[in-house]
Unconditional design. Structure first.
Length: 405
């Protein structure tokens, strides 16, 4: 018998074991931020975030600089999964793609049902899923969750991230500076040329990427999108049947190098800076404000209706099969976990309500409340559901099943 072909695990699957611990660090950072914001040192902490370090305030360095690295990692994951992972073929994309679309459309509609006029600009806040938190909660469940369901959630979250990136690019872009936009185009052209000419030195790509970030920051397009653009130009070598080629690939090397610092340093710093909501100092009506309710219910109810409902429609119409050994109670649990919108939702809230601390605070309260309830509900549902028997479960397409383990 010929030896089985070695299939390299994707970085998402390798990182599943660390997702739970990074999620805990993220929760602790958010709780610390809430305590600080509602303590006597809260005003001083706010002054610190607005203090300038060079050309940008500390808060801007975090949200425009460090988060560009987070978006670089997101872009690398999207590219890898689209080219050589769970989203590399159309049969693999249909179910998570349809579910992700529902998970963005329905929460946005629920938010708009509560908000009109100026606050309607926050429609995209509950449309985002936090991949780190969602996979982290699922990792806590261990073998109670079928492996195919983890891959489905990872694929759905990747498509959701792609949608969030597109939303930021098209709906939350400020006034454009044409000269800086031209500089952005030139930097991208250099990156593409490096890729096409066979250059594999990551240092060159990162150096040009830094120049790209400066131009994007000055252009009016949100600076974090420079991370995604850079990621799409990083070379990815694909040599079927060998694992060494993947470990040597610039994209894989950079992706693996970024996972720990992003999960344990960058995202906790972001949470510490942006979850600092002075709840005690808010008006009494803030907890039941339209923005708060729209975000919280969009995450808790909208994600369930959108993800679960659209996935059921795709299966009923025979557009796709269910993940192996998973039943509809499993899909309900996954849909609830998709309501954890912590990092990306807070980030979009900052873009949706620039210069309005009250609306930002209301949105953050909605994000924290909706994400907490969705995460706990999803955990409890998946905790008490048994995997389907292999003879009773619907199988996924052969290409997906081959990679599920």
């Amino acid at each position: 018998m010929a030896p089985a072909r070695l299939i390299p695990l994707s970085a998402i699957r390798r990182f599943l074991n660390a997702q739970a611990s990074s999620g805990i660090v993220l929760v602790v950072a958010a709780l610390v931020a809430l305590v600080i914001a509602n303590s006597p040192i809260g005003p001083d902490f706010d002054v610190l975030l607005h203090a300038y370090v060079g050309p940008l305030s500390l808060g801007h360095w975090i949200n425009d600089g460090l988060m560009a690295i987070f978006f670089l990692l997101v872009g690398l994951e999207i590219k890898r999964e689209m080219l050589d992972g769970q989203l590399s073929t159309w049969p693999r994309r249909i179910l998570p793609g349809v579910a992700a679309a529902g998970g963005m459309i329905v929460p946005a509609l629920i938010f708009l049902a509560f908000n009109r006029g100026a606050t309607a600009s926050g429609w995209a806040i509950p449309a985002a899923t936090d991949i780190a938190f969602a996979l982290g909660v699922m990792a806590l469940l261990g073998k109670r969750v079928p492996a195919s369901l983890r891959i489905f959630l990872a694929a759905l979250a990747i498509i959701d991230d792609l949608g969030a990136v597109a939303i930021i690019a098209f709906f939350y872009t400020a006034g454009i500076s044409l000269p800086d936009l031209a500089g952005t185009g030139m930097a991208l052209a250099v990156l593409v040329a490096l890729n096409r000419s066979g250059v594999r030195r990551l240092s060159l790509f990162l150096l040009v990427g830094l120049v790209l970030w400066v131009f994007v920051l000055r252009s009016g397009v949100h600076a974090t999108l420079a991370g995604v653009a850079l990621a799409l130009t990083i070379p990815m070598d694909r040599t079927p049947g060998t694992s060494d080629a993947h470990s040597a690939s610039p994209l894989h090397r950079l992706e693996h190098a970024l996972h720990l610092p992003v999960g344990f340093v960058i995202l906790p710093i972001f949470a510490l800076a942006n979850a600092a909501v002075p709840v005690l100092g808010l008006p009494a009506g803030a907890l039941l404000a339209p923005v708060t309710l729209g975000v919280a219910l969009g995450l808790l109810m909208g994600k369930v209706v959108g993800v679960f409902g659209f996935a059921m429609l795709a299966v009923r119409l025979k557009l796709s099969d269910m993940p192996a050994h998973a039943g509809w109670p499993h899909m309900l649990g996954v849909a609830l976990l998709c309501g954890i919108g912590f990092t990306m939702s807070i980030f979009i809230a900052l873009l949706a309500f620039p210069g309005d601390p009250l609306l930002q605070a209301e949105a953050k309260i909605g994000v924290l409340a909706g994400s907490l309830m969705a995460g706990l509900s999803g955990y409890l549902v998946l905790r008490f559901v048994r995997p389907e028997r292999s003879d009773a479960a619907r199988s996924v397409p052969a290409a997906t099943s081959a990679q599920a383990d």
